[in-house]
Design a protein around this ligand. Structure first.
Ligand SMILES: NC(=O)C1=CN([C@@H]2O[C@H](COP(=O)(O)OP(=O)(O)OC[C@H]3O[C@@H](n4cnc5c(N)ncnc54)[C@H](O)[C@@H]3O)[C@@H](O)[C@H]2O)C=CC1
Ligand SMILES: O=C(O)C(=O)[C@H](O)COP(=O)(O)O
Length: 386
């Protein structure tokens, strides 16, 4: 078989070389001509997979090594009996840790306790549901809006979107981009809702950019600038709105799910899906191909308090402000040199540094620091007492 894969899918050779010949291509530039001879197409979110790309090719199976599938015309695939798989949940923890980094660093910067805030989660699936668990384990009050789940499971435990927007101090968005149906998410935060947001609300979007009406958000920030906004996803990526970039507080180039652990998990999931679809034996396991990371150690003096320990561990693992600085620097450099900021956005993602998830950090503590260890473990860190 002939496999064509996005060049930004890690370990493709290691997982797929036994299944056939492999060619890797830049995801945003894939054409029908290039993939004509492929039997299997492995993509990421930046490749629009539709009739235009697939008509006239011999592609029999498409997999996206991502959670989101709004770039895939699944109806077309079904109509042509082309198999499909995504990687549900593969990088959910990576996104949760992105949000925890934002909240922890912001709480420290602004001098508030997370436990004093109400955090509203819009979309409680793999990502939003895991975030809810993590926040509630930390004793933080969480509201959840997820109409499809509320209809299936009953209204208890869910609030309406407008109730959430009225009550939450922090809003974290984790919905897919859905343009049609009973619960569309396109411009879910429309102009009316954005204008009604309480002053000082913290708005975080790591779902899909188009869930927020960009023009309306820009206007609110230009007129009142009384929100704290964190955007990882943007309408019209990679050519994001430069004026909005200047107005938001933390801006990152769609990398919330970019922990190495999450990306590798995506590759393994699509490998398993290919084996399943073609009835092939599973011969590769991520654990074989990716040795356990060396345990990094952090140790605290007995004087360290719980918040200091958490803050240090989060900064040691993932400080979201580094990605914010990298994006702003890349954009100002591109603008100065008359280069495309869209290319700068993609380059940052293609060359994203290794980010390991919290559980790869084993924190050495004294036996007297059991409470600190317990709190660190609720964040997802590993600990060792003694
Ligand atoms: N920024 C990044 O790097 C990443 C972004 N994502 C995005 O996050 C999205 C969510 O990921 P998962 O949680 O794994 O997906 P999921 O499909 O497990 O969960 C999505 C949840 O949203 C709910 N939902 C659907 N329509 C809604 C509406 N109108 N209002 C409120 N809730 C609604 C669904 O019922 C479901 O529970 C993905 O579709 C993807 O677009 C995912 C991974 C990484
Ligand atoms: O998994 C998803 O959904 C995401 O949003 C991924 O972070 C997208 O990553 P790329 O496919 O754009 O590399």
């Amino acid at each position: 078989m002939h496999i064509i894969a996005d060049e930004n899918i890690p370990l493709v050779q290691e997982f797929f070389s036994e299944l056939g010949s492999i060619e890797t291509l830049p995801g945003r530039e894939m054409t029908s001509e290039q993939i004509k001879q492929a039997d299997i197409l492995l993509v990421r979110s930046i490749t629009e997979v539709n009739a235009k790309l697939l008509e006239g090719t011999q592609v029999r199976f498409v997999a996206t090594a991502t959670i989101g599938c709004d770039h895939i015309d699944q109806e077309y695939l079904k109509s042509k009996e082309i198999g499909f798989a995504n990687a549900p949940g593969c990088n959910a923890n990576s996104v949760v840790e992105y949000v925890l980094s934002v909240l922890t660093l912001l709480a420290d910067q602004e001098g508030f306790q997370l436990q004093d805030k109400t955090i509203g989660i819009i979309g409680a699936g793999n990502v939003g549901g895991l975030l809810q668990q993590r926040l509630e384990s930390l004793g933080i009050n969480v509201l959840v809006n997820d109409p499809p789940r509320a209809e299936r499971e009953g209204a208890e435990g869910f609030v309406t979107l407008d109730e959430l927007l009225a009550q939450a101090d922090v809003i974290s968005m984790h919905t897919p981009l859905i343009r049609t149906g009973e619960h569309p998410t396109l411009h879910l935060l429309n102009q009316t809702r954005i204008e009604a947001l309480k002053p000082e609300t913290i708005l975080i979007n790591t779902g899909r950019g188009a869930a927020i009406d960009t023009a309306a958000l820009k206007e609110r920030l230009q007129v009142k600038n009384d929100l704290f906004t964190v955007l990882d996803v943007w309408e019209s990526e990679p050519n994001i709105d430069h004026e909005l970039l200047e107005l938001v507080d933390i801006a990152t180039p769609h990398i919330a799910g970019y922990s190495l652990d999450g990306k590798l998990g995506g590759t393994e999931m699509v490998y398993l899906a290919v084996c399943d679809y073609f009835g092939l034996p599973v011969r590769k396991k991520l654990g074989q191909l990716m040795p356990e990371p060396p345990l990094r150690k952090l140790s605290y003096s007995s004087r360290a308090d719980q918040w200091y320990a958490i803050l240090t561990a989060v900064r040691a693992c993932y400080d979201v402000r580094n990605d914010d600085m990298a994006l702003r620097r890349a954009f100002s450099r591109a603008a100065r040199n008359g280069q495309s900021t869209g290319e700068a956005f993609d380059l940052l993602r293609r060359n994203y540094p290794v980010r390991r998830e919290f559980d790869t950090l084993k924190i050495q503590l004294k036996t007297s620091q059991k409470k600190i260890a317990a709190q660190l473990e609720k964040y997802g860190f590993g600990t060792k007492l003694g």
